[in-house]
Structures are given as C-alpha cells and as structure tokens.
Design a protein around this ligand. Structure first.
Ligand SMILES: *[C@@H]1O[C@H](CO)[C@@H](O)[C@H](O)[C@H]1NC(C)=O
Ligand SMILES: *[C@@H]1O[C@H](CO)[C@@H](O)[C@H](O)[C@H]1NC(C)=O
Ligand SMILES: *[C@@H]1O[C@H](CO)[C@@H](O)[C@H](O)[C@H]1NC(C)=O
Ligand SMILES: *[C@@H]1O[C@H](CO)[C@@H](O)[C@H](O)[C@H]1NC(C)=O
Length: 152
C-alpha cells in the first residue's frame, strides 16, 4: 500500500514536471499548459491556453466534437490498466469532462467551460503537489530509521 502511494505520488510529480509546473509552490504557474492542443505545450502558457480555447469556442460543432473525442479517449485509456495512475492524477479534470452538464455548458458558455476545466486542472495540480510533499515526509521518515540506527 505504502509502495503504491509512493508510486502514485511519483507519477503525479512526474506529470507535474511534464506539465511545466515549477516546484515553487501553489500559484506559481496558475495557467497550466494545454496538452493536446493544436499548438502543443510550451511558450507562454497563459496565451496558449486562451488561444486554444478561443479556437475551439469559435465553432460549437467543433467544440462538441472536441468534448466527444476527449470522452472517447478517456474511456479508451480507462480500459487500459497501464494508464490507471496517469488517470488517477487527473481525476478532477476527467470528472469535469465526463460531467453530464459539461456539454451544455460548452454550448451555452464556452469560456465558462474552459474556466471550469482550468480550475479542475489546477485542483489536480494541487493534489500532485500535496502528494509530492507527502512523499518528502515519507522519505524523511525512512531516512530517520537509518539515522536512528547509526547516529549517537
Ligand atoms: C464549424 O465547423 C464545421 C465542421 O468543420 C463546419 O462545417 C461549419 O461550417 C463551421 N461553422 C462555422 C460557423 O464556421
Ligand atoms: C457527441 O456525442 C453525443 C452523445 O453521444 C451525440 O449525441 C452528438 O451527436 C455527438 N456530437 C458530435 C459533434 O459528434
Ligand atoms: C496499453 O497501453 C500501452 C501503452 O500505450 C500499450 O503498450 C498496450 O499494448 C496497451 N494495452 C492494451 C491492452 O491495449
Ligand atoms: C460563463 O461562465 C463564467 C465563468 O464560469 C461566469 O463568470 C459567467 O457568468 C458565465 N456567463 C454566462 C452567460 O452564464
């Protein structure tokens, strides 16, 4: 169990790193890059985020296809146990995408949809940071066994 938790923490931390979130604590990269967007991650994340959302929001048919295809991808990944930890690190984002109200929000208030998506991703990022901090605590506790045996 402890092993599993440390593993999940490791995966989430790795994801946080991939997403370009610096270890500088909460709020240091509020915008979070968009993955899977046409331009991909990198550069000015806040700007990319906005451009990506604006492009999708310009056409409701495209926006709905985006949501449908994202849901299909999530279902596919859920069917492959190799991706279990990856999905666990993005639970809030996935819950929001799969929420039955998300499609109508996307149609009625596309900007609101992306605001909420961003908020969900931020929650996932915070959870990853929390896991990272717990992993540090665990590491210190393991280290203290060693120190207890060989110091003094
Ligand atoms: C939206 O995209 C669809 C599919 O690409 C296209 O057929 C349609 O003309 C577009 N609508 C507008 C308003 O641009
Ligand atoms: C998205 O999925 C819903 C429900 O499965 C379907 O009714 C709708 O036509 C799909 N929209 C597009 C653009 O594929
Ligand atoms: C699960 O995904 C991995 C990585 O993409 C792939 O190698 C593997 O074949 C997939 N397994 C199944 C059952 O699709
Ligand atoms: C759209 O969503 C935003 C952010 O969630 C909210 O502030 C705004 O009031 C909503 N607009 C409408 C027309 O519902």
């Amino acid at each position: 169990m402890a092993k599993l938790i440390v593993f999940i923490a490791f995966v989430c931390v790795a994801l946080a790193a991939v997403h370009g979130k610096p270890p500088g604590g909460p709020g240091s990269d509020k915008d979070g890059p968009q993955h899977g967007g046409p331009k991909g991650p990198g550069g000015d994340h806040g700007k990319d985020n906005g451009q990506w959302a604006t492009k999708i929001c310009a056409n409701d048919s495209i926006a709905q296809q985006f949501l449908n295809q994202t849901r299909v991808l999530i279902t596919q990944l859920q069917g492959n146990s190799s991706f279990e930890q990856v999905l666990a690190c993005r639970q809030n984002e996935i819950n929001f995408i799969n929420d039955p109200n998300s499609a109508s929000l996307l149609s009625s208030n596309c900007t609101g949809f992306f605001d909420n998506l961003k908020a969900a991703k931020e929650l996932d990022g915070e959870a990853a940071e929390e896991q990272k901090s717990l992993a540090e605590d665990a590491k210190k506790a393991f280290w203290s066994i060693w120190k207890g045996l060989f110091s003094s």
